[in-house]
Structures are given as structure tokens and as C-alpha cells.
Design a protein around this ligand. Structure first.
Ligand SMILES: NC(=O)c1ccc[n+]([C@@H]2O[C@H](COP(=O)([O-])OP(=O)(O)OC[C@H]3O[C@@H](n4cnc5c(N)ncnc54)[C@H](O)[C@@H]3O)[C@@H](O)[C@H]2O)c1
Length: 250
């Protein structure tokens, strides 16, 4: 494992109770950062916090990232407890069910957008003013290869992730004169609990599209994110980092 220096940095990782978010949080803690895990699954949050270390290094907030008041309160709590927020990894997300666009239940389509896109917006909206005041910030938003390509039977998910890519580019330009970097990543499929929401046919399709011929591992995601949120990433902003095992052609 490469050594990345995140000592004295405080990071918020949303959806940090399991899967990709937990792997990222573990890598940030191993690099010297303290971490606030925000997730709506309270039970998994406390297991994750025990797994990661003591209460000085890891805090938890059971919130729904699509709730503006919850995000604002969690932001204030992180700043109060840790003095600052240097890093945001906006990772919380859901797949939603697989349906054709015309058969997709309208309320479910809106819920996927609300969590995956509005949730990322709300976290950036709450935390960026603090980063502007302190003159430093590193943000990684977790999008998906689906946001570049549009997967059949996953229009809500694909549209939400395309929105995350565009939001990242807008915010990257708005903050580019400050020492703030805003980037996103576009992973291909990684075997986590999110697979429980998808049909087997859809999972098989995603694997078939990866030229490397295997699923992405969560620690391969956290390795990329650890550098993106480090001070050394001082120039690149508003960019999209590929984790698709050769699938992406742009
Ligand atoms: N695993 C993959 O194949 C894959 C591929 C590309 C992108 N992604 C993205 O990576 C991110 C993490 O996915 P994962 O695979 O680790 O999934 P996961 O289901 O293992 O973990 C997601 C976490 O987010 C939390 N969460 C969901 N909705 C929330 C909300 N409204 N508020 C707060 N927390 C919420 C869940 O409780 C869960 O702990 C998601 O944004 C997902 O879209 C995953």
C-alpha cells in the first residue's frame, strides 16, 4: 500500500457504514485522517466505527443525505467535534430496481435521484462554504460508469450518476481559484450489498462489459480516492476518474 499523508485532516465519508464507503474510510484512517461516517443505517454505522478505531478518530451520524436539515446538522456536528472538514467523499447511493424507463415506478425514480444526486448536492452545499472559509478542501463524488454510458433498465441510476458528473464539473470550476479540488470517480461494478437491489441478469450484464473480466475490488477504489483527497492533488479539479477496468471509451 502506498503511503499517503492525511495526518491532521478531517474527512466526511457518506454511505460509510459498508461497501465502498467503509473501504475508503479505512484507507483514510490508515493514512492518518480522522473520519466522520454519515449513513442512514445506524446499526451498521456502529459496527463500522468499532472496526475502524476509537472515538477520537471516528465519529458517526445516522442521517439521510437527501434530508437538508440532517446534512446541515451533521456538518455542524463534525466541525464542532473535529474543528474542521478538509475532505468530503460523497459516496452514499442506491441502485434502485431494474425496470425499463416506461415501466419504472415514478416515486422510485424520484427517490433514486433524490439520494444519488440531490444528496451529493446537499453535502457539497453544506460543506463547501466551510472549505471556502478555511481556504482548503478536497471533494470526491462517487458517480458510476452508468453515468457515462446509460445502462438499459437502470435509467434512474444512470441519470443520477450523469448528474453527479456534471455537478462535479460545475463545482470544480466555481472553486478552482481556491485551494479546493472537486473530482468524481466512475467505478464499474464492485461486489457489495448494492448488488442485492439488482437483478442477476443486470449483474451478469455489468460483468460482461468489463474488459478486465472481473469485478472491481473496493480497495482499488479507496487507493484512487486516497490520492485524490490528498494535498498533493493540487491542480486537477472538475475531472472524472475512471475505474471501469477498460470499459469507458472516454
Ligand atoms: N458497487 C458497485 O458496483 C458500484 C459501482 C459504481 C458506483 N457505485 C456507487 O458507489 C457508492 C457506494 O456503493 P456500494 O457499492 O458501497 O453500496 P452499499 O449498498 O454497499 O453501500 C451504500 C451505503 O450508502 C448508504 N445509504 C444509502 N442511501 C443513503 C441515504 N439516503 N443516506 C445516507 N446513507 C445512505 C447505505 O446505508 C449503505 O451503507 C454508491 O454511490 C454507488 O452508486 C457502486
Amino acid at each position: 500500500m502506498n503511503q499517503i499523508d492525511l495526518s491532521h485532516r478531517h474527512a466526511v465519508v457518506t454511505g460509510g457504514a459498508q461497501g465502498i464507503g467503509l473501504s475508503i474510510a479505512a484507507r483514510l484512517v490508515a493514512s492518518g485522517a480522522s473520519v466522520s461516517l454519515w449513513d442512514r443505517d445506524e446499526e451498521l454505522l456502529s459496527i463500522a466505527a468499532k472496526h475502524l478505531g476509537n472515538g477520537k478518530v471516528v465519529s458517526v451520524e445516522a442521517i439521510d443525505v437527501s434530508d437538508p436539515a440532517g446534512v446541515a446538522a451533521a456538518t455542524a456536528a463534525a466541525i464542532e467535534k473535529h474543528g474542521k472538514i478538509d475532505i468530503l467523499v460523497a459516496n452514499a447511493g442506491i441502485a434502485g430496481p431494474n425496470h425499463t424507463t416506461w415501466e419504472y415506478p415514478i416515486a422510485t425514480w424520484k427517490q433514486v435521484i433524490d439520494i444519488n444526486l440531490v444528496g451529493v448536492f446537499l453535502c457539497c452545499h453544506a460543506i463547501v462554504p466551510h472549505m471556502l472559509c478555511q481556504g482548503y478542501g478536497r471533494i470526491v463524488n462517487v458517480a458510476s460508469i452508468a453515468g457515462k454510458e446509460g445502462n438499459a433498465n437502470a435509467s434512474a441510476y444512470s441519470a443520477s450518476k450523469a448528474g453527479v458528473i456534471a455537478l462535479t464539473k460545475s463545482l470544480g470550476k466555481e472553486t478552482a481559484k481556491q485551494n479546493i479540488a472537486v473530482n468524481c470517480i466512475t467505478p464499474a461494478a464492485a461486489r457489495t450489498r448494492i448488488f442485492d437491489q439488482m437483478s442477476q441478469e443486470h449483474i451478469d450484464f455489468m460483468l460482461s462489459r468489463i474488459p478486465r473480466g472481473r469485478f472491481l475490488e473496493v480497495d482499488e477504489v479507496s487507493a484512487m480516492v486516497a490520492w485524490l483527497v490528498s494535498e498533493e492533488n493540487s491542480f486537477t479539479t472538475g475531472a472524472v476518474f475512471d475505474l471501469s477496468g477498460g470499459r469507458a471509451t472516454y
